[in-house]
Write a protein that binds this ligand. Sequence first.
Ligand code: AG3
Length: 287
Amino acid sequence: MPFNPELWFTEKYSDFCGFTFKVKEVLHTEYSKLQRLDILDTYEFGRIMLLDGFIMFTQRDEFVYHEMITHLPLFAHKKPEAVLIIGGGDGGSAREVSRHTYLKRIDDVEIDEIVPKNSIEYTPFVGEGFKRENVNLIIGDGIEYVKNKSNMYDVVIVDSTDPFGPAEGLFNSEFYSNVKNILRDGGIVVAQAENAYYDAKWMMRSVNNMRKAFGRDKVTIYQAAIPTYPSGSWAFSIAWKGDEHPKDSFDEKRFNELDLKFKYYNPEIHKAAFVLPNYVREILESD
Ligand code: AG3
């Protein structure tokens, strides 16, 4: 029998479980000063980007995350003109935001240049976000970028890695209060906030620190089903400066006029994503 080795990758979710899939080929590995990046080609999920061994996105289900972190806050805002993406170095969020062609400004501040470089080369289905002419990619530290600036953006999207290493400071209250200042009146911030099942502490770090900056009644969680992230049920924290809850401020007129095709997001999901199971509600209310 010919030697036919099998290569498998596991992302560990806890000391006792993880998520494993069979790898066709390791396409690229590269180290920056900040982190290790791997691009894998896999049988089940297509191309995958790992940062420090954690799944950032897969070709097969990235649409859920990127649609939900962008279109929900954009359609919840009354009249967005300028959008800031922090992180999002793969270009997936930029790709979705750029479809809102009425926007006057889209800035994406990514700390590590090897992420966009490799995304454009190996995962162009998201990397193409940086090819859109209305997207301005800035290589820099998002934590520094939001300091001492005010009234510049209507929507801020924090598309970060997990809250350790380079992204740790993107989950703290000083960062969120700078984000509040950089937002104009009526502004909305959304951040990827891990999951309530394995990592409730991390989710609540984002929620509690947003609460410190925006006030307890101006922060909540919405969720989406993302099969390749821990627990499959992913949380986004959202805070708003205006009076209306983002689930109620969906702009149906703009949604119909733009007439975009989505694979996950729709007007019903916009509202339903805020409906939380009891175990998540309890975590949110307990702190
Ligand atoms: N941001 C990373 C989400 C966190 C995933 N965590 C994990 N697999 N442990 C996604 C970047 C996509 N633009």
